[in-house]
Design a protein around this ligand. Structure first.
Ligand code: NAP
Length: 253
């Protein structure tokens, strides 16, 4: 069976590559930049925006794990228009695995609306698929909200919630889906603990022995409310094992 991983330079793509390295699968990978270490994988340039290289990328492939994404730049053209064009090249694909995000229909973010549109395009295509929605990666929360203290303070919307996951565990889950075959929309993949951002900041300060303090702010609007209500979480699907605290601790080793 031949697997194609799109987005091979990204967070999820890199985790997939690490785990597919040494597997019995024949693996092809694609992105615009060439990953630093491609091992024995065949890398093909492709661009979801222009369509360049897509035909070559999907040639002789049975299964695709689609980890390419562009949350901010040209997002509509890549997540939806480019994605639809991409799907048009996939008549021969036996299984298309699409990682998505929990709560995309309830959280008012443009990127999430586009992910939802992409899910619908895939569902309405003739391509056998699995859609698996996940919560945010540990590194995403850390990089986006807890990376830049301002005057030694994390100024954060402390009440918003996350159920973050290890990207490595999610990558393993996606690879395990290859053998299961197309599942349609399958169970969500959530992290082991639901925490407020304030609690996550407290953990980061503790684990890293930081002197930073926390200034928790409230924000108006539906986005803040939906995240404070935990619409991006699923308490019935605490599938991941590695907690945010363990993730931080492992980074220090
Ligand atoms: N991050 C999270 O917390 C999270 C949580 C749940 C689900 N997910 C989902 O997991 C998937 C992967 O997310 P990620 O965080 O790993 O993304 P990422 O780190 O931003 O990586 C995005 C990848 O897409 C590629 N890419 C960007 N623009 C492209 C284009 N025009 N044509 C072809 N490739 C392009 C990038 O490579 P080049 O720039 O080299 O082309 C990169 O390899 C997404 O579907 C996302 O919605 C993410």
């Amino acid at each position: 069976m031949r697997i194609l991983v799109t987005g091979s330079t990204g967070q999820l793509g890199s985790a997939l590559l690490n785990q597919l390295n040494g597997s019995d699968y024949k693996v092809k990978i694609t992105s615009r930049r060439k990953p630093e270490r491609i091992g024995h994988f065949e890398w093909v340039y492709s661009d979801l925006l222009s369509g360049e290289g897509l035909e070559e990328a999907v040639k002789d492939v049975d299964v695709i794990i689609h980890a390419a994404t562009s949350p901010t730049k040209n997002s509509k053209n890549i997540e939806v228009i480019g994605f639809e064009n991409f799907l048009g090249n996939l008549k021969h694909i036996k299984h298309f695995i699409y990682p998505s995000i929990i709560g995309i229909e309830e959280i008012p973010l443009k990127y999430y609306k586009l992910k939802y549109e992409a899910e619908e395009l895939l569902k309405n295509s003739s391509i056998p698929y699995t859609i698996v929605r996940a919560t945010q990666f540990h590194g995403f929360v850390e990089n986006l909200l807890l990376s830049k203290p301002l005057f030694k303070r994390y100024v954060i919307p402390g009440r918003i919630k996350f159920q973050s996951i290890s990207v490595d565990e999610f990558a393993k889950h996606l690879i395990d889906l290859i053998n299961k075959g197309p599942q349609g929309r399958t169970d969500d993949f959530g992290g082991p603990v639901i925490m407020t951002l304030r609690e996550m900041a407290e953990l980061k300060i503790m684990v890293n022995n930081e002197t930073n303090k926390i200034l928790s702010i409230s924000l108006p609007g539906k986005l803040y409310k939906s995240l404070s209500d935990g619409k991006n979480t699923n308490s019935f699907q605490k599938v991941g094992k590695i907690t945010f605290e363990e993730y931080l601790g492992n980074k220090r080793l």
